[in-house]
Design a protein around this ligand. Structure first.
Ligand code: SIN
Length: 557
C-alpha cells in the first residue's frame, strides 16, 4: 500500500510559476472564469444572474474546447420511469468504489433541472413524434436517460446555445486567444486573479493580469498528453498545471478514461474522431478480427458494459491479434437510421473512406477524459481560497475511478451552477488597489519553459508507458522520458508554456499511476491485475515550493 514518503519515480522538478515578463496591463472584474466550454459558460451565465461582473478568458476561440465534440449526450433522469437512485447506482458502479456518494447525489438530483435550464437558454434536444425528449442509452446505464441533439452532435448544440446566451449579455466580457499562465494570490493567500498571455484584438497583446475576487477554472482536459486522443488540440492540461504550480491539491489523475471506440484512420492527426457509444447503445456490435462478438459473455451488458471494461477487452484483443483495431458493426441498423441518428459519425467515417452502411468501422481506444483533476468540494471550492474549478479540470468526486458515459456535460452544468451560488453569497469585497507584489508574487522564477518540440515524444511516451495498460516498468520508462524531455528548455512563449503544462500534468499522472499498485476502473496495471481493498482511497498530488511533486493518501471510510 502507498505510504507517505514512498519514493516516486524520478520525475522532473516542476515549475512553481511560468517564466513570463511582468504583466504589462491589468483589468479588474468580479470573477475570472478561465475556459469557455459547458462548465465555463454555464458558470458565467449563473454568475451574471447573481449580478456579478464576469470575464471569461479562453485559449483560442470560444468554441474550440472539448464540449462541441461531445457526441453522445447528457445523462439525466427525464423519463418518469427512471429514478435518480438508479442513475446514482450506475454512476457508483462505473466509479468502482471511488465516487463520492454525496457528489453523486448532487449530480443526479440537480441534473434534470440543469438540463431544463439549458433548454430555456436555447438548447434544442432531439424529440420523438409526440414532442417528448428522445432518450438513449450508453455504456454502464441500465435505463434510457441520455438526451441528445442533432443525432450525435449534442456538444455542438450545447456549445451553440451557451455561446449565444453569453453573447446576448453585454456584461460578460470575453477575452479570446488568451493562455492563462499563473494564479495570483493576495497577502492572505486568496486567489485574486490570473496572469495570461493574450494574442489579439480588444485587449493589449502580451502578458497581462485579470484581477478579480475569485477565479473559476474550467479549462477542460489533458488528452493531448497522449498520442491518440479524442480531445481537441487545445486540451493540454493548462488548468491542472496552473493549480499544481499554485500549490492546490490535485487528485485521481491516474484515472484517465480511454474511450473504447475512436475511429482508426491512416491520417496522423492531433485528434481522433469519436465513434459514440450511443452507436452501441442503438445496437451496433463489436467484432474481433474473426468477426466474433467478443463482448458477449464478458459482461451482462455486453457491448454496453462500462467504458473501462470495453476498453480493456478491446486492448486484450489487440494484443492477442497483434492488430491496431477491432471492428464496429452497424450495418444491420440500416442506412436511413444511421444517416438520421449519426450524421457526424457517418461524415467522419466517409471522410476516412469507410462506408458504415456496408463496411465494418475500424475502432480502437483513445485517451478521452480525465476523471481526476483539481480537487473540489461540493461547492466547487479547491484547496486555495477563492479558487474554484468545474468541468473536466475538476475532480468533484462524481466520477471515481471511471466516469459513466454522458455524465461529463452534466457535471459541468451542475457544479458550475453550484459555484455561482457559492460566490453569490460568499464573495469578499474587492481588495484595495492591487499592488505590484500581488501581480508578481515573487522574483524567484525558475528557468522553466519546455521546448515545444517535445510534444510528440511526450505523447508517444505517455501512450506507451501510461496508456490503457500500465506497469511499474512502463511507468518508470515514461517517467525517465519526461525527465529528459522536461530538461529541454526553450524561450518563453505560448508554445513553450503549453509544453511546460504538458510535462507538468504528465509527470503528475505518471507519479499517481506508479503509486497506485492495483487495477481499478480505468487504471489497469499489468503487474497488479486486481483491485485491492486497501487501495480504496485517493492520491492527492501537490507541488512543493521547491518544485517537487508529492503524493499523499486519503483513505475512504
Ligand atoms: C460518446 O458519445 O461515446 C461519448 C460520451 C461521453 O464521453 O460521455
Amino acid at each position: 500500500m502507498f505510504t507517505v514518503g514512498m519514493r516516486l519515480p524520478s520525475l522532473p522538478v516542476l515549475p512553481t510559476r511560468l517564466r513570463a515578463p511582468q504583466p504589462g496591463w491589468a483589468e479588474t472584474t468580479d470573477v475570472v472564469v478561465v475556459g469557455s466550454g459547458v462548465a465555463g459558460l454555464t458558470a458565467a451565465l449563473h454568475l451574471r444572474e447573481a449580478g456579478l461582473h464576469v470575464t471569461v478568458v479562453t485559449k483560442v476561440n470560444i468554441d474550440d474546447g472539448s464540449t462541441r465534440w461531445a457526441q453522445g449526450g447528457i445523462a439525466a433522469v427525464l423519463d418518469p420511469y427512471d429514478t435518480p437512485a438508479a442513475h446514482a447506482e450506475d454512476t457508483l458502479i462505473a466509479g468502482v468504489g471511488l465516487c463520492d456518494p454525496a457528489a453523486v447525489e448532487v449530480l443526479v438530483n440537480e441534473g434534470p433541472t440543469r438540463v431544463r435550464e439549458l433548454m430555456r437558454w436555447g438548447a434544442e434536444f432531439d424529440r420523438n413524434a409526440d414532442g417528448s425528449l428522445m432518450l438513449t442509452r450508453e455504456g454502464g446505464h441500465h435505463a434510457n436517460r441520455i438526451v441528445h441533439a442533432g443525432g450525435d452532435a449534442t456538444g455542438a448544440e450545447v456549445q451553440r446555445a451557451l455561446h449565444a446566451a453569453v453573447r446576448r449579455d453585454p456584461w460578460i466580457r470575453l477575452v479570446e486567444h488568451a493562455l492563462v499562465l499563473d494564479l495570483l494570490r493576495d497577502d492572505a493567500g486568496r486567489a485574486c486573479g490570473v496572469t495570461l498571455h493574450v494574442l489579439g484584438e480588444g485587449t493589449e497583446e502580451g502578458v497581462g493580469a485579470i484581477l478579480g475576487r475569485a477565479v473559476v477554472l474550467a479549462t477542460g482536459g489533458m488528452g493531448q498528453a497522449y498520442a491518440v486522443t479524442t480531445n481537441p488540440v487545445v486540451s493540454t492540461g493548462d488548468g491542472v498545471a496552473l493549480a499544481l504550480r499554485a500549490g492546490a491539491a490535485v487528485t485521481d489523475l491516474e484515472f484517465v478514461q480511454f474511450h473504447p471506440t475512436a475511429l482508426v484512420t491512416s491520417a496522423e492527426t492531433a485528434q481522433q474522431p469519436l465513434v459514440s457509444e450511443a452507436l452501441r447503445g442503438e445496437g451496433a456490435y463489436l467484432r474481433d478480427g474473426d468477426g466474433k462478438r467478443f463482448m458477449v459473455g464478458q459482461h451482462d451488458l455486453a457491448e454496453l458494459a462500462p467504458r473501462d471494461v470495453v476498453a480493456k477487452a478491446i486492448h486484450r484483443v489487440l494484443l492477442a491479434e497483434g492488430s491496431t483495431n477491432v471492428w464496429l458493426d452497424a450495418r444491420h441498423l440500416g442506412a436511413d437510421f444511421l444517416e438520421g441518428r449519426f450524421p457526424t459519425i457517418m461524415a467522419s467515417c466517409r471522410a476516412a473512406g469507410i462506408e458504415p452502411t456496408t463496411n465494418l468501422i475500424p475502432v480502437a481506444p483513445a485517451a478521452h477524459y480525465a476523471s481526476g483533476g483539481v480537487r473540489t468540494d461540493l461547492r466547487g471550492r479547491t484547496s486555495i481560497p477563492g479558487l474554484y474549478a468545474c468541468g473536466e479540470v475538476a475532480c468533484t468526486g462524481v466520477h471515481g475511478a471511471n466516469r459513466l458515459a454522458s455524465n461529463s456535460l452534466l457535471e459541468g452544468l451542475v457544479f458550475a451552477r453550484r459555484i455561482a451560488t457559492d460566490l453569490a453569497t460568499d464573495l469578499p469585497a474587492q481588495s484595495d488597489p492591487v499592488s505590484d507584489d500581488v501581480r508578481r508574487p515573487s522574483d524567484d522564477v525558475r528557468e522553466w519553459a519546455v521546448d515545444p518540440a517535445v510534444r510528440r515524444p511526450l505523447q508517444l511516451a505517455m501512450s506507451r508507458g501510461a496508456g490503457v495498460l500500465r506497469s511499474a516498468t512502463s511507468l518508470a520508462a515514461a517517467a525517465g522520458t519526461l525527465t529528459e524531455l522536461g530538461a529541454r528548455r526553450a524561450p518563453s512563449n505560448l508554445a513553450s508554456w503549453e509544453a511546460t503544462n504538458l510535462v507538468t500534468v504528465a509527470a503528475a499522472l505518471v507519479a499517481a499511476a506508479a503509486c497506485r499498485r492495483e487495477t481499478r476502473g480505468c487504471h489497469w496495471r499489468d503487474d497488479f491485475p486486481a483491485s485491492r481493498g486497501e487501495w480504496r482511497g485517493h492520491l492527492l498530488a501537490t507541488v512543493t515550493n521547491a518544485g517537487a511533486l508529492t503524493e499523499s493518501w486519503e483513505e475512504l471510510a
